[in-house]
Structures are given as structure tokens and as C-alpha cells.
Design a protein around this ligand. Structure first.
Ligand SMILES: *Cc1c(COP(=O)(O)O)cnc(C)c1O
Length: 378
């Protein structure tokens, strides 16, 4: 029986050749591959997006707050239902994350709860596009806050701009967007990420602070070894090996996204008449996974049954961030503070739809899930 893992990086001969080409040269960092990847990503997103390659999405998120001067004394609204990196980035600059509950239909931040959580110290809002389903960008546009979009799972997610008929990629709605190229995401560089903004000044500042605050990059130094430091910074650069892999992945991104869309649609249709589950979906979805929500006491049984059939699953996210030990001990936590985030954390199962799977595999996943539901009555 064929194994259907939850996710698998999509690496082919063109990817291997791209990395070898870098290894056969002598430029391992500060080189042309990072520039090519930034250009390819900008072209993919459109609207003249300014892109800065980063060592990870976490690094891009940290830089987003650091470079916009958010720090001690400031509060940032953060969805309770997200990867911990979203909240850690706020903690890292010394600001306080104020958690906001999710909405039930798609797991994204509830815009009404977000507006209600704004206080005198609120400076920014972290807008996560939950498992690739775009969040409520239009509803949140009215709040007078810096908006940092966490687009880690949302490459290819676009939403219409008013009724102009045009689509805008996520990351271009707020002040900046952060993407992840971790192995199981829509494209990979091993580890890596992208910072994106429509503001050229912010892009320049992030590029500077990403590399120690040094005023000239290697190739810009007229006298070798001579440079000045004009800002406080970190080393959050991407290497040329990673960037070359990223360029080769970008060359097939449309194909990878299309396969995800086909798989997701086929699985969603196959599960549409199953009344015991709720499927999370929404316009502009980039189909990272297909999340089903079941009664919490049935989830582990379903997960186990699928595993016996060689079908891998995952959970997004295993706990609301404020319930995780670090945050619970730091800020306190009361059960039912975030009822929707809790229900999704405790009762959801993420099913695989990645490009490592064929549309026919979706029929097997749907059949096994239905059997397992019948075997473990509510
Ligand atoms: C994976 C992920 C991150 C972290 O990405 P890294 O590139 O591993 O730092 C952040 N936010 C979300 C929503 C993610 O899914």
C-alpha cells in the first residue's frame, strides 16, 4: 500500500543541478542567486513588491517589528491560533502580544474581536493567513495600526481589490508580509524566508538591518574590506545555495500550486456530504492542507486509523499560543478565553493535499476517513 505522508519537499533534478552550480563556483553568500530569487518572487507577487530574502520566516517577522520601531511599552494584536513564531517575533522586540480569538468558518483572526482588543498601547496587528486561507484584510484595513502579515503558508493566496476585478497577493495588503521556505511549505530553500513590502524605504531598512547594519554589501566596496556600520542589525541573510534552490522552485511554483488546488478540490468534494465534519476553506485559499474539524474526543481515533492506512496527518496548531507553557506562565491563561481557537486546536485534523500526492490519492483519504468516522461514533 502506497504511503501518503502529510508533506514532503518537492525536489527534482533541476533543483539538485541549481545547488551544484553554486557549489561549483566560489560565491556562497552575498551573490546573484539571492537577487534573482528576490526578483522572481517580486514578479510572482506583482504590483512592484519589494522583496528581501531572509534566513527564515521567523527572521522576517522579527525584522518587521524591529525595523518599524515596535518595542517595549507597545502592544501587538496576535491571533491565538497560529505558529508560535508569530508571537515570538513580538516578544523578541520586547513588545507584548495581545491574543485575539479565531473565527469558526476559516480559523482566521476574528475582525470584530480584533477591533475590540485595540487599546491605547496597541501599535500593530499580526495578520496570519491561516493554513493559506487569506484573513480578513479588508475588514481590518480601517484600524489605525501597522499590519504585519504572516504569509508563511500563503504563497499564491490572492484576494480581489474592491470590485476592480484585480487580485492582490497577501503580504501587499498590510505594511509588510513574511513568507517561509521551510521544507514542507509551498516552496522550499531548506530553511529560508522572504520579507515583502510595497514601501521601498522599509525594504532598504530591512535589507540593511538583515546584514549587521553594514552600509555596503561585498560587491559595492570599492576598497575591499572597508565599510561603515550605520544601524544596529543581525545576520539574517539567506545563502546562495538556498537562493539557487529557491529560484529553481519558483520556476515551477504555478505547477505546484495547481496540483494543490486539484487535490484540495477533489478531497473537499469527496467529503462534502459527511455531516460530522466541518471543512475550513475560503476565497483565495492557497491550499496548504485541508483542515477538517471534528468532535475533540474523536480526533485521536481518526488520526490513528488514518495512520494505520499509511495516511499522514498533522494538526494546526496543537494548542492556541496563549495556552502553551511559555505564554501561559508569562501572561496567565483561562480556559474559554479563546473558545474558537481552542475548538480548532483540539478538534481539527489537517489532511494532506501537497504536490507529492495524486488526485486519485484523495479518493483513498476520503474513503478511509469516512470508514473511520463510522467505526468511532460520536
Ligand atoms: C512555518 C511558519 C512560521 C515559521 O517559519 P520559519 O521559516 O520556519 O521560521 C511562521 N508562521 C507560520 C504561520 C508558519 O506556518
Amino acid at each position: 500500500m502506497k504511503e501518503l505522508p502529510f508533506a514532503r519537499p518537492h525536489i527534482d533534478d533541476s533543483d539538485r543541478a541549481a545547488v551544484m552550480e553554486v557549489l561549483n563556483g566560489h560565491i556562497l553568500t552575498h551573490g546573484p542567486a539571492c537577487t534573482r530569487l528576490e526578483q522572481a518572487f517580486s514578479q510572482f507577487v506583482g504590483e512592484g513588491a519589494y522583496c528581501v530574502s531572509m534566513s527564515s520566516c521567523m527572521a522576517a517577522l522579527h525584522m518587521s517589528y524591529f525595523s518599524q520601531g515596535i518595542g517595549p511599552g507597545d502592544e501587538v494584536l496576535v491571533p491565538a491560533l497560529t505558529h508560535v513564531a508569530t508571537a515570538h517575533a513580538v516578544e523578541m522586540v520586547g513588545a507584548r502580544p495581545v491574543f485575539v480569538d479565531a473565527r469558526p468558518q476559516d480559523g482566521n483572526l476574528d475582525p470584530v474581536a480584533a477591533a475590540a482588543a485595540v487599546g491605547p498601547k496597541t501599535r500593530a496587528l499580526s495578520l496570519v493567513h491561516f493554513v493559506g486561507i487569506p484573513g480578513p484584510v479588508a475588514e481590518l484595513a480601517g484600524l489605525d495600526l501597522k499590519v504585519v502579515e504572516d504569509c508563511a503558508l500563503a504563497v499564491g493566496s490572492r484576494l480581489p481589490v474592491g470590485d476592480t476585478g484585480e487580485l492582490r497577493h497577501v503580504g501587499m495588503w498590510g505594511d509588510c508580509g513574511c513568507f517561509s521556505f521551510y521544507p514542507v511549505k509551498h516552496l522550499t530553500t531548506g530553511e529560508g524566508g522572504m520579507f515583502l513590502t510595497k514601501d521601498p524605504d522599509l525594504a532598504r531598512k530591512v535589507a540593511l538591518e538583515r546584514a549587521f547594519g553594514v552600509d555596503r554589501q561585498h560587491h559595492q566596496r570599492r576598497v575591499p574590506g572597508l565599510y561603515d556600520v550605520v544601524a544596529l542589525g543581525l545576520n539574517y541573510r539567506m545563502s546562495e545555495l538556498q537562493a539557487a534552490l529557491g529560484c529553481s522552485q519558483m520556476a515551477k511554483i504555478e505547477k505546484l500550486l495547481e496540483r494543490r488546488r486539484q487535490n484540495f478540490t477533489r478531497l473537499k468534494n469527496a467529503l462534502s456530504e459527511v455531516c460530522e465534519i466541518q471543512i475550513l476553506d475560503g476565497p483565495g485559499n492557497s491550499h496548504y492542507c485541508l483542515t477538517v474539524v471534528v468532535a475533540p474526543d474523536r480526533r485521536s481515533e481518526l488520526q490513528r486509523s488514518l495512520k494505520e492506512d499509511g495516511i499522514g496527518t498533522s494538526i494546526y496548531y496543537p494548542q492556541p499560543v496563549p495556552r502553551m507553557s511559555y505564554y501561559r506562565e508569562r501572561y496567565g491563561y483561562r480556559a474559554q478565553d479563546f473558545p474558537v481557537a481552542e475548538a480548532i486546536s483540539d478538534g481539527s485534523l489537517a489532511l494532506p493535499v501537497g504536490p507529492h500526492l495524486e488526485p486519485e490519492d484523495m479518493d483513498r483519504i476520503a474513503a478511509r476517513l469516512k470508514e473511520a468516522l463510522a467505526r468511532c461514533p460520536a
